[in-house]
Design a protein around this ligand. Structure first.
Ligand code: IPM
Length: 358
């Protein structure tokens, strides 16, 4: 298969982890005879530094032409404490999601048997957790009208039936292919937008009689996710709630450095770790590349390259089993770098039978 992949490493640890994912994709291409071409583009704080724009036209054009986008991370401490900054790194990511209409953000949360004791939660509570979060990505508070003055500020949370329906269909279909359970997380006791979500999703449920639909308020879901994560199969939720819940869910898995994601529509697809740029860890070799590598596995899934994706996941599992992990997981060895994890996974792909620590 030929794939033209746009690579947007972004800021902070983004370039380091993305380099490992590219390495893994190259190994897959080599092993299976695919032709993957990679086109780098600027985004975020690094794009502001070079061009003054967090999302240069050229980046949009490279992404529009690409079959898929591999995204690193975005953000920089220097903008975080300046509420008046008009140009912000995050506009790069949000602008890209919006301009390509990447409305469905899919975030798998899987508790690895070998990492159960890395979580701060009790093993018996988290074992066998396997959740797929469908986060609406182009609406809600993030994109509603915004006002900010010295004394007053507002963000409007608005959703249309169309926006809810298109992601809800995807979530119902995902539930059909899994355990058949869909949980809509909302705040319908307080928010009008949530009441529309409930109404629309309830209506759609009649088209998916084999999916068991339930509803949960976000405050309750935040607690249930920690005390009984196994009850969830597919979670569907709006933009902001999905952002928060998926970050919370990383506690189950043991590190936020393990969660990848896909942001898709019919035409475009972007794959990115759910973690941020973490400037403080930049260029120290400590960033966990697994979230980026698992995002690359989702890219392979997206194009039906199931065997290839399975091999990447097998390599990741093996690295975790052998404790070839970065310091965030605080396992057996404390000096395994970002690159070394990537190298191990690459070697495993090149030679699945022989790979070992050395
Ligand atoms: C994420 C991030 C982004 C979001 C930020 C960087 C704007 O937290 O992808 O989850 O909130 O969507």
């Amino acid at each position: 298969m030929k794939l033209n992949i746009a690579v947007l490493p972004g800021d902070g640890i983004g370039p380091e982890v993305t380099a490992q994912a590219v390495k893994v994709l190259k190994a897959i291409a080599m092993e299976f005879g695919h032709v993957f071409t990679f086109n780098k583009a600027l985004v975020g704080a690094s794009a502001i530094d070079k061009t003054g724009n967090p999302l240069p036209e050229e980046t949009i054009s490279i992404c529009e032409k690409a079959d898929a986008i591999l995204f690193g991370a975005i953000g920089s401490a220097k903008y975080d404490m300046d509420p008046d900054a008009k140009i912000r790194p995050e506009q790069g990511l949000l602008g890209l999601r919006k301009s390509l209409d990447l409305f469905a953000n899919i975030r798998p949360v899987i508790a690895y048997e070998d990492l159960l004791n890395m979580s701060s939660l009790k093993i018996k509570q988290i074992r066998d957790t396997n959740i797929l979060i469908y986060r609406e990505l182009n609406g809600g508070l993030y994109f509603g009208e915004k006002k900010l003055t010295n004394d007053n500020a507002s963000d409007i949370c608005e959703y249309s039936r169309f926006e809810i329906e298109r992601i809800a269909h995807l979530a119902f279909k995902a539930a059909q292919s899994r355990k058949g359970k869909l949980t809509l997380v909302d705040k319908a006791n307080a928010l009008a937008s949530s009441r529309l979500w409930r109404k629309v999703v309830k209506e759609l449920a009649t088209q998916y009689p084999n999916v068991k639909l339930n509803f949960m308020y976000i405050d309750n879901a935040a607690r249930e996710l920690i005390i009984n994560p196994r009850q969830f199969d597919v979670i569907l939720t709006e933009n902001m709630f999905g952002d928060i819940l998926s970050e919370e869910a990383s506690v189950i898995v043991g590190s936020i450095g393990l969660l990848g994601s896909a942001s898709i529509n019919d035409k475009h697809a972007m794959f990115e770790p759910i973690h941020g740029a973490n400037d403080e860890f930049k260029n120290k070799g400590v960033a966990n590349p697994i979230a980026s590598i698992l995002s690359a596995a989702m890219l392979l899934d997206h194009f039906g390259l199931d065997i290839e994706a399975a091999l990447v996941r097998k390599a990741v599992d093996k690295s975790l089993k052998l404790h070839i992990t970065t310091p965030d997981l605080n396992m057996k060895y404390d000096n395994i770098s970002t690159t070394k994890v990537g190298d191990f996974i690459e070697d495993f792909i090149n030679n699945p039978e022989e790979t070992n620590l050395n």
